[in-house]
Structures are given as structure tokens and as C-alpha cells.
Design a binder for this molecule. Structure first.
Ligand code: ISE
Length: 342
């Protein structure tokens, strides 16, 4: 962007007007400073019409190419399902635009590698991947504790990722590709060490889980520095949405993600409200993430997980799905970091 561009709003094109896209449109219109939504891209006209209500002055398009040709945007926020990301990423990169791409970067390592090549060909870091947990205030505090070693070195992470229920479109592999995908990014970031191996185990099946699913599962990960991680992944827990982490250090433990706020004593019980879904649990994280992306994009850079981080997660998901299916441990084979991403 030029000097004069910095005095006007950054024009965002949101691609995908489903649950996450609609949430981001409202966020950009009402919470984010220095940006506004100028284009909404979705083949579903009804969804576009509904989303336009929250984006004054924006124009609806059915294809990303049309928004690009109309020169309607300075940056692209991709919130379509993961299997459609590549088709939006490639033309957006070719147009030289900054991109915030919801997770996953793409569904498999091969397509993610193609994206790395296309980004490198532009000579600029244009892609930030939407692993929003890195922007959650409590995750940030925990990372600082790991870095400062205030309670000693990190030895173990005990994680739980619980959803009350999942939509009908959610199938078995999505336990890994749609849900555990977040831990595959945030765990190495927290611990400052990459995942070297993983294993998926099935617990006794929850009788409340839909017929097509077999869960909860336990995912075990070993990091390069020896930190051990266990993760309970559970998508039929009913009571609410909860993502917690307990970190075990040499001389202490730390916990994040537990319910807090107003505590109510009433009718013989006391308690705290739990979140119903991720949009409220991670609202601050999403706000911080989108603001950081807008601010960085205006300066021609990114402020969060890169396409290379997205690629590494795609490899972890591939091995995670393999282990989910046959129960065997897997090692992760990640190539050396390309010069461009160092
Ligand atoms: C959903 O797609 C998300 O990204 C949420 O953060 C995650 O908790 C949930 O399990 C996924 O289905």
C-alpha cells in the first residue's frame, strides 16, 4: 500500500459467508479499526444477502475472480471450507494481495506445498493462517511462562478440547482435520518445539456420539525437546464448549481455559457459566487476530502463523488421520524450512 492508502480504510473481501465468514464480517464492521468489508464472495445468494446487512456499502460477488477484477479489495479473508481454500488462495496470491486464511491452509500436504510455491513466487509473505488460539490472552500468558521459565522448564502439557456436539457434516476424520488441527499448531508454538511423533487412541465410545463417529479420542504427541502432550478430543460432551490446558513445569503447574467470571450460588448449587461454542470462547482471540492481520497487512507483512506453519500442520493432520484409522504411532517427516520462511 502507498502512503496515502494508509490514511483510508483497508478494504477486506470476505470469501465464504457461512458461520465463520458472517462472524468475521460483523467483527470487521463493528470492532476492527482501520478496515471495512467491501466485498462478500459466496456462490449462495441468500447467504450473501444476509451477510451484506452487516457490511454497509459492500458488494456481493459469486466468484473471487470477479471481486479481484473489479479491484474491490486490498486484502482477502478466506472463510470457506478448507477444501475450497486453494482455489481462492491462488488467484489472491497472483493478485499480490494479503490473505488471512481460516484453518486449515489446505486439507493435505501436497496442496499446501503448492501454496508455498505460489507464495514464494510472489517474493512476499502474503499469507497468515487463522490459528486464532495464538491470539488468545491466556494462551499468550502461558507461552510467556514457558519462555521465562518462571516455574522451571516445561515437561508436559495435558490438553482437553471439548465440544458439546457437532453438525451433521462432521465426519470421523474431522476429529483430526477440523478439531485437533488447532492443537497441532498451538502446542509447538506454546512449547517452542516441533511435534516429532504422535499416536491416536480410542476411549470407550460415548453413547451420545452420533452413529457415524467413534470418540472421544486421546492424542499423544512427543515434541522434539522431549515434552509430552496428551489431548482429550471430545465432541459430544453436551455440557458446553471447553478448551483447557494444564502445563506441568519443574516446580509448578499452570492452567488455562477454565470457566471464570460471575459465580452464582443458587438453588443449592454454585457455578460458573460455560461457553456454548468457539465463537464466544475465542472471541477475544478472533478480534486480536483480525486486528493484527489488518495492521500488518497495511504495512505489507503478516503478524501470525505463516503458510509454512500451515504446511507443517497439514503433515501432522495427515499422520493424525492415519493413526486415527489404524491406531499405530506415526513420526512426522517435515522437510527443512525453506530459506524464504526462516
Ligand atoms: C471447529 O471447526 C473449530 O475450528 C473449533 O475451534 C473447534 O473447537 C471445533 O472442534 C471445530 O469443529
Amino acid at each position: 500500500m502507498t502512503e496515502s492508502d494508509l490514511t483510508r480504510d483497508f478494504r477486506v473481501g470476505v470469501v465464504g459467508a457461512g458461520m465463520m465468514g458472517a462472524d468475521h464480517i460483523k467483527r470487521i464492521t463493528s470492532t476492527i479499526s482501520g478496515a471495512r468489508v467491501t466485498a462478500i464472495v459466496d456462490p449462495d445468494e441468500t447467504r450473501v444477502a444476509a451477510a451484506l446487512e452487516n457490511a454497509p456499502g459492500a458488494i456481493g460477488y459469486s466468484r473471487i475472480e470477479d471481486a479481484l477484477e473489479a479491484d474491490a479489495v486490498d486484502g482477502v479473508l478466506i472463510a470457506t471450507p478448507g477444501f475450497l481454500h486453494e482455489a481462492v488462495l491462488l488467484p489472491s496470491l497472483a493478485a499480490g494481495l494479503p490473505i488471512l486464511c481460516e484453518k486449515p491452509l489446505t486439507p493435505d500436504p501436497e496442496s499446501s506445498w503448492r501454496i508455498l510455491e505460489a507464495e514464494q513466487a510472489t517474493g512476499r509473505h502474503l499469507i497468515q493462517v487463522g490459528f486464532m488460539r495464538r491470539f488468545d490472552p491466556e494462551y499468550r500468558q502461558l507461552r510467556e511462562l514457558v519462555e521465562t521459565e518462571q516455574a522451571g522448564e516445561l515437561l508436559m502439557l495435558r490438553c482437553a478440547h471439548r465440544n458439546p456436539a457437532v453438525p451433521e457434516s462432521y465426519v470421523q476424520e474431522m476429529l483430526i482435520t477440523d478439531s485437533v488441527v488447532h492443537e497441532f499448531d498451538v502446542v509447538p508454538w506454546l512449547a517452542g518445539s516441533p511435534i516429532v511423533s504422535l499416536e491416536v487412541k480410542h476411549a470407550r465410545r460415548n453413547r451420545l456420539t452420533p452413529e457415524r463417529l467413534k470418540e472421544p479420542i486421546l492424542v499423544l504427541m512427543e515434541l522434539e525437546n522431549g515434552t509430552l502432550v496428551d489431548l482429550e478430543m471430545n465432541v459430544s460432551i453436551q455440557f458446553g464448549y471447553q478448551v483447557t490446558t494444564e502445563a506441568v513445569f519443574d516446580s509448578g503447574i499452570a492452567r488455562i481455559g477454565e470457566a471464570h467470571g460471575l459465580q452464582l450460588w443458587h438453588q443449592g448449587r454454585s457455578g460458573l457459566a460455560e461457553h456454548a461454542d468457539f465463537t464466544t470462547r475465542f472471541a477475544a482471540a478472533y478480534d486480536n487476530q483480525v486486528q493484527a492481520w489488518v495492521d500488518a497487512a497495511r504495512q505489507g507483512t503478516i503478524a501470525g502463523p505463516s503458510a509454512w506453519d500451515g504446511y507443517k500442520v497439514a503433515v501432522a493432520c495427515q499422520e493424525g488421520v492415519a493413526s486415527l484409522l489404524d491406531g499405530r504411532p506415526r513420526t512426522l517427516d517435515i522437510p527443512d524450512t525453506p530459506e524464504f520462511y526462516r
